[in-house]
Design a protein around this ligand. Structure first.
Ligand SMILES: [Fe+2]
Length: 359
């Protein structure tokens, strides 16, 4: 194992993901049951990362899981040689109902030490949100390691992580493979999730300029991708999953605060984003939308200067970074009974502001 496992919340499952340094096969034991990293019955070993998908309820009840790794000496068509099986057990603390605390990290742009320190400044948390642009680009497979170094550093595989993709994640030679290295639902980078009594939806605005931008050289087709997400949001509304018994709060996690219009070449998709905002506002009625992308720390309240396309709720913009200095700040978010308290903290131990959003 290259890092401790990371337990991502995806729909009604957890994706337990573990980056590895050598070829191995992997599975996870929860109580009596085993869940394998396999492809149509074949145990996967030609990979730098393992993914075991487990039912949320089962891990929540068991409160621990055991990662089993079997080394591959030589994989052959017949009589594959394998080495030892190692077993490592991790405690797991599912998110409780009632008041909970999480930390939001995005836009770390390759930094892996400072974001963990900034989360420590905030203190104990129940879950972590990773909201895009964690590596500066997806140019090399090893760049995805930053995601796991931060997630393992903060959670040690013991609490859940919510993940959403950022615009920089679409760039580079390995960008087309990012879904293999991150949580996704059947290959899709947008999905719903459930954390205690919080129901959430992770959305993906993808690139931040038009598909025709010369910067991309014809390598993206994000407009069609966003249209499929409009259909996804409509399906979620039809299913009414967010009204399930036990759901007390609803959140949106998305890298780009898409309800504000950006300037110049970044002013795109106003029609699509207005439609997303309308659907969220009229049907899902989220408590807060949690974003990064802007490299500043702020709360955009409905009707404010940045509310250009009809915010469905308050928008927390919660991360900033200094590229050339060892500096990162993120957002601690406490979900109370009738308020959300946001504390912006940095890696130098400072709390930069505390804001209470009344629900
Ligand atoms: Fe960024």
């Amino acid at each position: 194992m290259k890092t401790e496992p990371v337990v991502f919340a995806v729909h009604d499952t957890y994706h337990i993901m573990v980056p590895v340094t050598t070829e191995s096969m992997m599975w996870v034991k929860i109580g009596e049951k085993e869940y394998y990293d396999e492809s149509n019955g074949i145990m996967r070993s030609r990979t730098r990362i393992h993914r075991m998908i487990v039912p949320r309820k089962e891990l929540n009840e068991a409160k621990s899981y055991t990662i089993c790794e079997e080394e591959i000496v030589e994989r052959k068509a017949y009589y594959t040689e394998t080495g030892e099986i190692t077993e490592t057990t991790f405690a797991f603390r599912p998110v409780k109902n009632g008041p909970v605390r999480c930390y939001h990290i995005s836009d770390t742009h390759n930094k892996s030490v400072e974001p963990v320190q900034a989360a420590k400044t905030y203190g104990e948390i129940d879950f972590l949100i990773m909201n895009g642009d964690i590596p500066d680009s997806s140019d090399k497979i090893e760049y995805f390691d930053t995601i796991y170094e931060i997630a393992a550093g903060v959670t040690h595989g013991q609490i859940p992580v919510v993940f959403a993709r950022g615009n920089h994640d679409l760039r580079g030679l390995c960008a087309e493979m990012i879904a293999d290295y991150t949580p996704n639902e059947n290959g899709l980078t947008y999905y719903s999730f459930r954390i205690g009594d919080i129901w959430g939806i992770a959305l993906d605005c993808a690139e931040d300029k038009d598909d025709t931008s010369v910067e991309y050289g014809h390598t993206v087709r994000c407009h069609a991708f966003r249209e499929r997400q409009t259909a996804f949001i409509k399906r979620v509304i039809a299913d009414k999953e967010y009204l399930e018994p036990g759901v007390k709060r609803r959140i949106v996690v998305v890298h780009n605060p898409f309800t504000m219009r950006h300037k110049g070449i970044f002013d795109i998709e106003t029609e699509t984003y207005s439609e997303w905002a309308r659907l969220l506002k009229e049907h899902i009625k989220p408590d807060v939308m949690i974003c990064g992308h802007m490299h500043y720390l702020d709360i955009h309240m409905p009707g404010c200067e940045q509310d250009n396309l009809g915010q469905p709720c308050p928008v927390i913009v919660g991360a900033t970074v200094k590229y050339k200095e060892p500096y990162f700040a993120g957002a601690g978010i406490e979900f109370g009974e009738d308020e959300v308290v946001v504390s912006f903290t940095d890696n130098e131990g400072a709390t930069l502001g505390v804001h209470t959003i009344k629900l």
